[in-house]
Design a protein around this ligand. Structure first.
Ligand code: PEP
Ligand code: MN
Length: 340
């Protein structure tokens, strides 16, 4: 439920309501707009006498929220959430590009990739260090050493670092090296992991699960937001359908749908959806045109030799061409960066 206050309601009226909610063990999420102040009520509403609440001074009306999620909802939190990490704004004016290999393999691999993607305009270096794969006999990642290599390469080229964790056990170690924690499709509904990253306070990129509806994804976000962590990015990466021509079906409608339902930034990962390098550019272009706030794209200096996801990684040259095109589409969409 949200409590809409009368225009110009004095602070004392807002404070009175906050106190009443606290006395019932409920949280208050306050958004002060130019003309309107709204108070989002978090917790079990049955503890409230809503009739009495509606009559309090300053209260205009009470609006029930039908969705199972609250903190992520645009109704609860009007306006867009954006946040800045070391000069890079997420959910703001600029299209943010995240690029790098599927998995961290070596110092040389990262140096070539980081130099190339930074030159092409990417702001964040990606790379998996913990890679529990579909088969336990496949390459499992370099773990701490991989994170260290990622951090060093990113620092040499002025990039931020994002890397996936798959277990709460790895959170502390990852926190020493990354700027953003990635939660992958396989863990999108691993609720204890989501609560733990919420508590860590680290910025998070949460991917949609293979078989997760948009409302379920938004419910997953509540585990992070309810810990007070609002530095959260959502990422569409394709879902499982009957179609076999692509690795997953990129649900591009998720971009405008999410932008209607939530204030959180929305990114797209065309690489894992496509599963095939030739499809990455058209999907990436469409994602920007659909209104995505950013992209995450796999780039490898020698894709055929990659230890994971060889078929979908772009070469640095392919990525540079794509990044330049994306900047031009971003400009048409009224976003930065300015195309070269
Ligand atoms: C990844 O980005 O490295 C990854 C494993 O992606 P997803 O979780 O979308 O499969
Ligand atoms: Mn991958």
């Amino acid at each position: 439920m949200i409590i809409v206050m009368r225009p110009g309601a004095p602070e004392a009226d807002i404070a009175r309501i906050q106190k009443l909610l606290a006395a019932r063990g409920l949280g208050a999420h306050i958004s002060i707009g130019e003309s309107l102040t709204i108070i989002g009520v978090v917790g079990d509403k049955s503890r409230l006498d809503t009739e009495q609440l509606g009559l309090l001074p300053g209260v205009e009306k009470l609006v029930p929220i039908m969705e199972p999620y609250k903190l992520a909802s645009l109704t609860f939190h009007p306006g867009r959430t954006s946040f800045t990490i070391r000069g890079v704004e997420f959910g703001g004016h600029e299209l943010v590009q995240i690029a790098g290999p599927c998995a961290v393999e070596s110092e040389e691999q990262l140096e070539i990739t980081a130099a190339a993607v930074a030159r092409a305009g990417a702001r964040v270096l990606r790379g998996g260090a913990y890679k529990p794969r579909t088969s336990p006999y496949s390459f499992q990642g370099l773990e701490r050493e991989g994170l260290r290599l990622l951090r060093e390469a990113a620092d040499r080229h002025g990039l931020l670092v994002i890397s996936e964790i798959t277990s709460e056990v790895d959170l502390e170690e990852a926190a020493e090296y990354v700027d953003i924690v990635q939660i992958g499709a396989r863990n999108s509904q691993n609720f204890r992991l989501l609560s733990a990253v919420g508590r860590s306070g680290l910025p998070v990129l949460l991917k949609r699960g293979f078989a997760e509806s948009i409302d379920e994804l938004l419910s997953s976000t509540e585990y992070i937001l309810s810990e007070g962590n609002y530095r959260l990015i959502l990422c569409e990466r394709g879902i499982r359908t009957f179609e076999t021509a692509t690795r997953s079906t990129l649900d591009l409608s998720a971009v405008p749908v999410l932008r209607e339902k939530t204030h959180l930034p929305v990114f797209v990962d065309p690489s894992h959806a496509a599963g095939k390098a030739s499809l990455v550019a058209p999907l990436a272009r469409a994602a920007v045109a659909a209104g995505a706030d950013g992209l995450i794209i796999e780039v490898h200096p020698n894709p055929p030799q990659a230890r994971s996801d060889a078929a979908q990684q772009l070469t640095p040259a392919q990525y540079a061409d794509l990044a330049a095109e994306l900047a031009r589409i971003a400009a048409v969409m009224g976003r930065g960066p300015e195309p070269a």
